[in-house]
Each structure stands twice: as structure tokens, then as C-alpha cells.
Write a protein that binds this ligand. Structure first.
Ligand SMILES: *[C@@H]1O[C@H](CO)[C@@H](O)[C@H](O)[C@H]1NC(C)=O
Ligand SMILES: *[C@@H]1O[C@H](CO)[C@@H](O)[C@H](O)[C@H]1NC(C)=O
Ligand SMILES: *[C@@H]1O[C@H](CO)[C@@H](O)[C@H](O)[C@H]1NC(C)=O
Ligand SMILES: *[C@@H]1O[C@H](CO)[C@@H](O)[C@H](O)[C@H]1NC(C)=O
Ligand SMILES: CC(=O)N[C@H]1CO[C@H](CO)[C@@H](O)[C@@H]1O
Length: 468
């Protein structure tokens, strides 16, 4: 009895050990299985030729359920040379839902097919903003730019619907739809106080939206964004102002190239600009301020406006032909004569164009003295100050504050020749709408003087020559 009970007690003591052993074995088995699965997964990745070089980290793939397939890079010598020079990192574009102040942002809701993997020195991103009523400029901009376009679209409430229709139409129904699908990445944003009822879950959902390009008889349907009466838009009905600088910043922050060109979508570049600029830098590295002790630089283009109906000039000889016929003039000449005059404007115009002309730095200036109201559009490396988001389109002066900050920071503006910008045909005059803007503008100017300027002097330093 004692022996048995002794034995029983011994076995009873062994039970917990047995249970522990079993659990340990089970855990070991599961770990082995997981390890096996992981190896298979990573083997799968290498078998499918995922290129993990080019500065893309493995996390980018393992994070998401469906990794983006990346062909091996075949960068040109120019792209490689520039990447070594500026030391930038290639970064694929990807969709993200983000908060941007009081706005929700669907960054990269639809991504340009070629822009997605563009090398950081392979091209220059044209960053711009608007709402669905601006889509009629997209075809011309993309056709002439021939590189990535980062487009931030304000779409409060039901304006999102019209915006998504506009994206589908622009990507499918125009002559330039291939180029638009290749290059334009669309970001959509709306105030959290003005939410749309439904928001697409991802790019696939946007691209699956039905669209119609032609009627049953084969005739073209005009773009939906030209049919909607602007006064019926959610934005107008809700009395919203247009947060132009929010859009500008969103478009800039979403770019994946080292150089950007922050531009208004109604401004069309002369032909071949992206290659001309990158070639210029490759041929003479010192056009960039590479030494951190040098003043920082941006590279503006001269801006012109042309008469309604005139052919948009592709190069300087075509521009000068219009200029001589007085069908072209400096942008906003009548509204604000000093806003778009470049340093050396007359010499720029006088220099005879030649097919042998290479893009070059033409003149250098600061935003001071006679250029204190200059509102230039320029190529940059995206490190200049952001646009102040408290300023709306209606308030005007929406680019002046950024250039005020740049003046305080001592930025140099190296204007280029012979490339230029030309505004969508039609010469601007003072209209009723622009008169209505003056009401906002007056209040905004007060606010800028009383609040914004003192802040900027604290942040960027004092310089009496700088003006907003
Ligand atoms: C937006 O579009 C969807 C589908 O195209 C439609 O069902 C819905 O009624 C529209 N919403 C508004 C507010 O127009
Ligand atoms: C918009 O402004 C108009 C006129 O100022 C006013 O009558 C209307 O109630 C406003 N609408 C909203 C939604 O605030
Ligand atoms: C290169 O660019 C710098 C800055 O614009 C200029 O001073 C220099 O003359 C240029 N060199 C050549 C060889 O063009
Ligand atoms: C401008 O373009 C026209 C038409 O393509 C061409 O004939 C002309 O040679 C070009 N001029 C320059 C300076 O490139
Ligand atoms: C560039 C590269 O890694 N190419 C490889 C892709 O995968 C096949 C086999 O699946 C290889 O033969 C290639 O060398």
C-alpha cells in the first residue's frame, strides 16, 4: 500500500512536468512551422525578382498585404550621376489616409503609372492644386511637362463625387488620357467639417467607377467638369473659401522626386523643360548651391500671358513672334506690373533665340527693392519654406508670404533662359469676381501685417528690405 501510494505520489509529481513538456513541444512545432512559412515567403520574394536595392526598404513590402511589384531599375547615366550628386533616395508613391490640419487627405488616391516608381533624379515633379473645375488644364500641362504631376484637389462634401468622375474622364476619355494615366497622381482632401458621404476605399474603387466617353451614336460626351454649374458645387453652397496653400503644400509633400516645380495649373511650361533642366545640372554641377555655406537657390521661369485664341508657344521663337504682334505680354502686366517681372526682363526678351540655346542660369536676384512684390514660379529641391495655410485664394497675396520667408533666409533667384511659362490663353483684367476678392484681400493684408509678419521675423530673422 505504502509502495503504491508512494508510486502514485511520484507519478502525481511527474504530471506537471509531462504537461510542461507537451506544451513546450507544441510551441516548438509551431515555431518551426512559422519559420518554414517565412522562408517560403522570402524565397517567393526573391524568386519574383523584387528589387530591394534602390533605397527601398524591405519593410515596404512586408508591411502590406499586396506588395507592389518593382522591375529592376535601369537608370540612365544622367539619373545616376544626379542621384550621386544630390544624394536622394528613391521612394515609390503609395496611398495613405492622412490628417492635414483640419483636413482629411487621401494622398495618392490615384497614382500615375510611371510616376509610381520614378527615380528621384529621373524627372521633376510639377506640383499643383485645384478642384474639379480646373481639370481642363490637365491635358495641356501633362503633354508639355512629360513628367510626374502631383495634383491636390479640394473636394468637400458632394464635390468629391464630381471629382472622382473628373478623374475617370481625364484618365480615359481624352486624347491625352494615356499621358494623364502615366503621370498624374491625384490627392483628394476635404475639411473634416465637410465630409463626403462616401469616400473610396482605395485606387481600385476609383478606377472601377463607371464612366462614359461617347454617346450611343459615337459622338463625344463633353467632360463632366465643364457641364456642372460651379454655383451648384458644395464649396459655393457652403460658402467655403479655397484653401490654395493647403493644396500647394499637399502636392509638394507628396512628390517623390528631388526637384519639384510648384506651379499653378493654368501655367503651361515651354516644351522639353524637364530634360533641359536635368541636362543643365548634369553638365555643370555648380548651378546648384551644393556647399551648405552658399546662399540657397531656386530657379524661376519668366511668365507670360497670351491673347485668347492665340496658339500656345512651345519655344522662345514662337513666344517672341506673339510678343512682337502684341499678343503676348508679361503675366498680370495690367493687374500687378511688378509681380512677375524677372531680373533682366528686357535683356531676356532681347536675346535672340537659337536652336542651339541650352538652358542656362540667366540672371540672379533677390526678392528685394524693385522685386519686393515678385511672385515667382521656380524649380526647387523642395526644402524652401512651405506655403502659409492661413491664407486663402480669396485673400490673395498667397505666394508672397513664402517669398517673404525666403527673402529673410537670403534665397537667391536664378532665372532661367530660354524656358518660360505661359498662362492659359486670355489676358487677365479686373473683373467683378476679382473685385469681390479685394474685400477678402484687405482683411487678409491686415492679418498678414499684424500677425504673420511678426511671426516670420521671429522664425526667420529680420531684414527691413523684405516685404510680404
Ligand atoms: C455620388 O455618386 C454615387 C455613385 O456614382 C451615387 O450613388 C451618389 O448618389 C452620389 N452622391 C451624391 C451626393 O451626389
Ligand atoms: C452663405 O452665404 C449666404 C450669403 O452671405 C447666406 O445667405 C447663406 O445662408 C450662407 N450659407 C451657408 C451654408 O452658410
Ligand atoms: C557653371 O555654373 C556656374 C554657376 O552658374 C557658372 O559660374 C560657371 O561659369 C558654369 N561653368 C561652365 C563651364 O559653364
Ligand atoms: C521653335 O519651334 C519651331 C517649331 O517646332 C521650330 O521651327 C523652331 O526652330 C524652334 N525654335 C527654336 C529656337 O528652338
Ligand atoms: C534581375 C534578376 O534578378 N533577374 C532574375 C529574375 O529571376 C529569374 C528566375 O526567376 C532569374 O533567372 C533572373 O536572373
Amino acid at each position: 500500500m505504502t509502495a503504491v501510494s508512494f508510486g502514485n505520489r511520484r507519478y502525481t509529481r511527474l504530471w506537471p512536468i509531462l504537461i510542461l513538456l507537451t506544451v513546450a513541444l507544441l510551441l516548438l512545432g509551431r515555431n518551426l512551422q512559422q519559420a518554414h512559412q517565412l522562408t517560403q515567403k522570402s524565397q517567393g520574394i526573391s524568386q519574383r525578382n523584387w528589387s530591394l536595392s534602390s533605397g527601398v526598404s524591405a519593410d515596404d513590402y512586408l508591411d502590406c498585404a499586396e506588395p507592389v511589384r518593382i522591375p529592376p531599375r535601369q537608370d540612365s547615366p544622367r539619373t545616376r550621376d544626379l542621384q550621386r550628386l544630390v544624394n536622394c533616395r528613391n521612394r515609390p508613391l503609395r496611398f495613405q489616409r492622412l490628417q492635414h490640419g483640419e483636413f482629411w487627405l487621401l494622398q495618392n488616391l490615384v497614382i500615375g503609372r510611371k510616376s509610381r516608381q520614378v527615380g528621384c533624379t529621373e524627372s521633376i515633379t510639377y506640383t499643383t492644386n485645384g478642384d474639379y473645375t480646373f481639370f481642363d488644364n490637365l491635358e495641356t500641362v501633362v503633354e508639355r511637362w512629360g513628367g510626374p504631376v502631383s495634383f491636390a484637389i479640394h473636394a468637400p462634401g458632394y464635390d468629391l463625387n464630381a471629382t472622382l468622375d473628373a478623374i475617370q474622364y481625364a484618365r480615359n476619355c481624352l486624347q491625352g488620357s494615356e499621358a494623364i494615366s502615366d503621370w498624374v497622381s491625384f490627392h483628394v482632401y476635404f475639411p473634416n467639417q465637410h465630409m463626403p458621404e462616401n469616400v473610396p476605399y482605395d485606387e481600385d474603387e476609383v478606377l472601377a467607377r463607371p464612366y462614359v466617353c461617347t454617346l450611343a451614336d459615337g459622338s463625344l460626351i463633353p467632360p463632366p467638369y465643364t457641364l456642372i454649374d460651379r454655383s451648384d458645387s458644395y464649396k459655393v453652397k457652403a460658402n467655403l473659401t479655397y484653401p490654395i496653400n493647403v493644396g500647394r503644400n499637399i502636392a509638394r509633400q507628396a512628390a517623390n522626386t528631388h526637384f519639384i516645380f510648384a506651379c499653378d495649373i493654368e501655367l503651361y511650361p515651354s516644351l522639353g523643360f524637364v530634360d533641359q533642366f536635368l541636362d543643365m545640372v548634369t553638365q555643370n554641377h555648380s548651378v546648384l548651391a551644393l556647399d551648405p555655406s552658399q546662399p540657397r537657390r531656386v530657379y524661376p521661369l519668366a511668365v507670360f500671358e497670351i491673347e485668347a485664341g492665340a496658339q500656345i508657344p512651345g519655344n522662345k521663337s514662337e513666344l517672341l513672334a506673339l510678343y512682337r504682334k502684341q499678343q503676348a505680354q508679361i503675366f498680370h502686366l495690367r493687374l500687378c506690373p511688378t509681380c512677375h517681372k524677372i531680373p533682366g526682363q528686357q535683356e531676356w526678351l532681347n536675346r535672340a533665340p537659337s536652336v542651339k540655346d541650352r538652358l542656362q542660369l540667366f540672371s540672379v536676384g533677390h526678392r528685394e527693392k524693385q522685386f519686393k512684390f515678385w511672385e515667382p514660379f521656380y524649380v526647387s529641391d523642395n526644402t524652401e519654406p512651405l506655403f502659409d495655410e492661413r491664407v486663402t485664394w480669396e485673400g490673395q497675396s498667397n505666394k508672397r508670404i513664402q517669398n517673404y520667408a525666403m527673402c529673410l533666409l537670403g534665397y537667391e533667384y536664378h532665372t532661367l533662359h530660354p524656358a518660360f511659362l505661359v498662362h492659359s490663353p486670355g489676358i487677365k483684367k479686373l473683373t467683378k469676381a476679382s473685385a469681390a476678392r479685394l474685400k477678402y484681400a484687405k482683411e487678409m493684408t491686415k492679418f498678414i501685417k499684424a500677425k504673420i509678419e511678426p511671426e516670420y521675423r521671429v522664425l526667420y530673422g529680420q531684414n527691413a528690405a523684405c516685404r510680404t
